[in-house]
Design a protein around this ligand. Structure first.
Ligand code: ATP
Ligand code: MG
Length: 398
């Protein structure tokens, strides 16, 4: 029996077939099924042209119609249905000059990147595998469909994808695929940063990220990634930390950043076109990590960090020191013991301070609130309006 995720999509294939077309499951879902891995989403390929697909289903969206992809809603679920196609003449190493819709499955499978990604499965679970993807999966090998030189020159992103699959699956690169990758790594410069970043972040999340990161260095691909060209040793060093596999994406970023000598870490990350929120968070964590290293966790540092940053910092710190003395549980426990976790929880407001002092608003309020905040975090006083007022009086601040 096919896994539920495929079974639910069988009616979609049936509808396409009933209208006289071929339809198959393709790509990552078939690969992951054969591997026994969790399947995220099923992609469907069909001999029906985009307009024909639109005629068959009631609710469709043109998400990538130029490339033959229609998003179809069926029984409340979304499916990407892509017309069989060929791609021709890659003049700029990144996208096909021309996409041509075709009726032949074999031709469609030929344009796909790796043998493990070039299988098609019909609704009965019968797999078409013209490039021996199953065998390569069995041997844990990543191999391009056809000449690796040609396939990497057509679309240089495939080289990043190869390393990403190494990191996700723990497979090796078939020897001629590996040597072509080394030879053509420079072509990655033609690829848009956003697309490189997307694959890089998948490398950082893979179970075999150690292998992935080492391979980025070994193949020289790292030289075409933003600002990494002078950090081969640091990348290898980070890759080989034990405990790396326990870090999530953000924590792995942080670990890498600790080894890079940069005056402007935000600028460094901006060049990767990462979201501002992510950039700020990593840069803050990096500062917290440095302080944690020098003086350990003080209440003030924990408070300033916030729970998420504190946990990220502690995990990375533990990984750097390769010691189990550090545990995020301990940090969480300490954090939850803090008297307050944000300024909003203070039992006084600026208005209280103005009433008590009979003074007009101004920058002094922020300053005073900040001193109150420190006194509460350091447990000099408790967070109660009356206690705060008395304390301010004793300190001659009222
Ligand atoms: P994931 O599980 O991460 O989604 P995936 O293999 O499904 O992995 P997608 O990017 O979703 O990756 O692509 C779907 C399929 O499209 C691939 O399995 C492959 O057959 C084909 N493909 C994707 N990108 C390329 C490319 N750059 N060159 C050739 N074929 C590609
Ligand atoms: Mg996919």
């Amino acid at each position: 029996m096919l896994p539920t995720i495929f079974q639910q999509a069988v009616p979609v294939l049936r509808k396409l077939e009933k209208a006289g077309y071929e339809a198959y499951f393709v790509g990552g879902s078939v690969r992951d099924y054969i591997l026994g891995r969790a399947i995220n989403d099923v992609d469907i390929a069909t001999s029906a042209y985009p307009q024909e697909v639109k005629g068959i289903f009631q609710k469709t969206f043109d998400v990538g119609i130029d490339h033959g992809t229609i998003l179809v809603m069926d029984e409340g679920k979304e499916y990407e249905i892509t017309t069989f196609r060929t791609e021709s003449a890659y003049a700029d190493y990144r996208r096909p000059d021309k996409v041509e819709f075709i009726r032949s499955l074999e031709e469609d499978l030929k344009r796909r990147d790796f043998t493990m990604n070039s299988m098609a499965m019909d609704r009965d679970g019968i797999v078409k595998d013209p490039f021996n993807g199953k065998e390569d999966i069995h041997n844990r090998l990543i191999r391009t469909v056809g000449s690796p030189e040609l396939r990497f020159s057509e679309d240089a992103l495939r080289m990043m994808r190869a390393v990403r699959f190494v990191s996700q699956l723990g497979f090796g690169l078939e020897p001629s695929t590996l040597s072509a990758l080394k030879e053509h790594s420079k072509l990655l410069e033609h690829i848009a940063v956003e697309r490189k970043t997307m694959e890089f972040e998948k490398i950082l999340q893979g179970k075999w990220k150690q292998e992935g990161l080492n391979l980025l260095v070994h193949t020289n691909l790292y030289q075409e990634l933003p600002n990494l060209s002078r950090y081969s040793e640091q990348l290898k060093y980070s890759a080989n930390r034990s405990g790396l596999d326990k870090l999530n994406k953000n924590q792995t970023w942080l670990l890498l950043l600790t080894h890079f000598v940069e005056d402007d870490i935000e600028g460094f990350l901006k060049d990767w076109r990462l979201p501002t929120k992510m950039i700020r968070a990593r840069s803050k964590e990096l500062e917290i990590l440095k302080e944690r290293e020098v003086s350990g966790w003080t209440k003030t540092l924990l408070y300033r960090a916030g729970l998420e940053a504190a946990v990220n910092v502690e995990k990375v710190y533990g990984c750097l020191k390769e010691s189990s003395d550090f545990s995020e549980e301990k940090v969480m426990e300490q954090y939850h013991k803090l008297a307050i976790s944000s300024r909003h929880e203070l039992d006084v407001t600026g208005t209280d301070l103005m009433t008590w002092t009979d003074k007009k608003g101004g920058p002094w309020i922020k300053e005073l609130l900040s001193d109150i905040e420190s006194a509460i975090i350091n447990e000099t006083i408790t967070n109660e309006k009356e206690v705060i007022r008395r304390w301010l009086k004793t300190c001659n601040r009222l």
